[in-house]
Design a protein around this ligand. Sequence first.
Ligand code: NDP
Ligand code: 8X3
Length: 251
Amino acid sequence: MPGTVFITGASSGFGEASARRFATEGRKLVLSARREDRLQSLCEELSADAEVMAVSLDVRDRQAVFDTICGLPEPFADIDVLINNAGLALGLGSADVANLDDWEAMVDTNIKGLIYCTRAVLPLMVENGSGHVVNIGSVAANWPYPGGNTYGATKAFVQQFSRNLRSDLSGKNIRVTNIEPGMSETEFSLVRFNGDADRAKQVYQGTRPLQGEDIAEIIYWVTSLPAHININALEVMPVCQSWGPLAVDRE
Ligand code: NDP
Ligand code: 8X3
């Protein structure tokens, strides 16, 4: 009987879509995020197909992460898939004018939140002799772009942390995957542009971006492969996205 799938950032975007995808497989789910109202309604909807529980959790709160993960009630305590998805980009300003509070929020969420959740879950997985940590990185870890500064760097952390986890967990039968999506239509841009819906919409205008469901399908796929297969990293873009030339500043 497979254990629980614990999803951070399940109140929208990739996390919400992943909750739906795993629910169709009848997997036990713990859905976490800060917006409890959204989690509750998702929970009610999915409970027809799966055992689901919602927990209000800010991954930046180290103590709350440990209290939540280590204090899950019996039917949900046995986490075998952790989807470290909670994250955000704030702003697109150049490094010389960017808001330091935004930078700290990205570091606290995308880096510290992710390592707290991982550290809280790993002892259980090691004890069980199985488990899968799926981290949500980004193409921004691999390809610099103007205004990507701290956001891209947090995702570069996720990339190397994922590889280092593979090293540390060698021989322990625990899988680690870093999924690196490109442009995807979620609430990501709304958050990045501080609730400016018009600006967020422009990001996707005239394109065919990835959708939450696309990434959820990939997350489900990596976790459902035969147990001896580990997808280390998977970078995925919509067809409409690729690379531009290197910038040259001319006089
Ligand atoms: P959304 O904004 O739709 O979802 C982000 C989720 O993260 C929300 O559920 C939000 O929930 C949660 N979250 C944010 N901060 C915290 C926090 N402090 N504690 C707990 N949960 C938090 O965006 P996406 O679905 O696109 O983003 C999911 C992940 O994918 C992020 O890590 C993002 O960096 C990454 N990504 C996104 C891409 C894109 O183009 N969309 C591309 C590549 C990577 P709540 O606000 O309720 O807490
Ligand atoms: C989100 C993708 O290109 O906006 O991680 O940074 S991008």
